[in-house]
Structure formats: C-alpha cells, structure tokens
Design a protein around this ligand. Structure first.
Ligand code: ADP
Ligand code: AMP
Length: 215
C-alpha cells in the first residue's frame, strides 16, 4: 500500500505521518526530513545548495527529489506499506511517482489532502518546534513537549526551523499555491479531502477511519 499525505506547509502532514507510521507500521517517507538530514552539516556544494533552498522556502530540484524517493522506495521490503509525506510537490514529481509505481506493478492506494485555513497554517508554523536529531515535531501551544523546550524522546533542545520565520512562511505559501496546489487537479477524484481544521487526535481519527476501510 502506498499512501500520500498532501497539503500546504504547516497543515500537519509530518505530525500525522509519524502517528500513522507508528500505528500501522508503514514506512514514513518524508522528503523534508530527508533533505534536512542531508543539509544538517552542509559540506559539499550540493548540500549547501539544498540548505540555502530550504532556508529560502523554495523547492529542491525535481530530478534530485525524485531520485531520493525512488532510492528510498527501492529499499523497502516487499509488502511494506509506505506513507509519503511532502512528496510529490510538483507535476513532474507526481508523474514520476505514477510511472515508477506502474513499472513495479503498484499504484497509489489513497491520497489524503489535509485542508486547513490559511491563518491556522500561519499559526501552526509560527509555533512549530523541531528536534533536529529525532526529527520530532511539536507546537508551543497545540502539541507541547512534556518539558518546555525539550524533546520528549531524545531530551535534546527544541529549535525553531529557519523556514518557519514569518517572511519565509509567506514565500512557502506562495510556492505551494504556484507549484504544489495544481496537483489537486492532477490527482482530481483520486484525492480524499480531510478537514484538518481540528486537533491532532481528531485529524488522526479521520485518517484512521478511511485507512481502516481499505485494509
Ligand atoms: P507539515 O508537515 O504539514 O508542514 P507539521 O506536522 O510539521 O506540518 O505541523 C505544523 C505545526 O502544527 C507543528 O507545530 C505541529 O505540532 C502543529 N500541528 C499539527 N497538526 C495540528 C493540528 N491538527 N492542530 C494544531 N496544531 C497542529
Ligand atoms: P517540509 O519538511 O515538508 O516542510 O519540507 C521542507 C523543505 O524541504 C521544503 O520547503 C523544500 O525546500 C524541501 N522539500 C521537501 N519535500 C520536497 C519536494 N517534494 N520537492 C522539493 N522540495 C522539497
């Protein structure tokens, strides 16, 4: 099974992907997390490029992104369910994914679009806290860690992501509207819309309801 979590930046894709992966045993494939790992201590020109692109709120190139996902999918054991979070984000990425799955006799099982009002997105991003090592995501108000400023699992200090600064959030929403939103047309009726203007546990329950009917 291959599931996609689709939505604007700050919608809660990573948060739900982590919960779903834990609940169902899916492999979580988050291109944002993968790129953050690559760009963590940038040394090569490619790594520095990726970091600069991410910090500016722009998208990493299609070719590089598609290769990263294909390589990851190729390492999954047969029968392992996959949950893609933050990929695809452009038409060429969506076409490449369909072609890759088709070649392997597979297809996307379901695409969940997390629909969230724009002012809530801005608030979710502004309060997001991130643990660079464990890659866990929190929110100052809506999903706080047990001890303020500290990751529950790794004990490391939580930081604010560079791309959560208000001016970068504005650019990320623009990039989403221009390059990613058109995928709603590409996928059309293959999409299941989830009203994600509610709490983390409620969104999770809605997603679970859909996935349980497919298993
Ligand atoms: P995305 O991966 O789509 O960019 P995240 O999962 O990182 O989004 O969530 C963005 C921020 O919003 C995080 O701080 C997260 O804790 C918080 N968040 C996620 N889902 C919800 C929700 N349903 N209600 C309120 N805050 C949420
Ligand atoms: P995310 O963690 O999903 O918010 O992604 C953080 C950043 O990683 C994005 O702003 C992009 O710079 C990069 N990124 C993540 N996924 C993709 C993708 N599918 N295509 C291009 N860039 C991506």
């Amino acid at each position: 099974m291959v599931f996609l979590l689709f939505g604007p930046p700050g919608a809660g894709k990573g948060t739900q992907a982590e919960k779903l992966a834990r609940h169902y045993g899916f492999a979580q494939i988050s291109t944002g997390d993968m790129f953050r790992k690559i760009a963590k201590n940038p040394e090569t020109a490619t790594e520095k490029d990726i970091k600069a692109t991410m910090d500016a709120g722009e998208l990493v190139g299609d070719e590089q992104t598609i290769q990263l996902v294909k390589d990851k999918l190729n390492t999954l054991p047969a029968g392992q369910g996959a949950l893609l979070d933050g990929f695809p984000r452009t038409n060429p990425q969506a076409e490449a994914l369909d072609a890759f799955l088709h070649t392997n006799g597979q297809a996307i099982t379901a695409i969940f679009a997390l629909d969230v009002a724009e002012d809530a997105l801005v608030e979710r991003k502004a309060g997001r806290l991130f643990a660079p090592e464990s890659q866990r995501v929190y929110h100052k108000k809506y999903n706080p860690p047990q001890v303020p400023g500290v990751c529950d699992t790794s004990g490391e200090e939580l930081i604010q992501r560079a791309d959560d600064r208000p001016e970068i959030t504005r650019n990320r929403l623009k990039v989403y509207n221009e390059q990613t939103k058109p995928l709603l047309n590409y996928y059309g009726e293959r999409i299941t819309h989830i009203d994600a203007n509610c709490g983390v546990d409620e969104v999770f329950a809605l997603l679970k309801q859909h996935i349980d009917t497919l298993q």
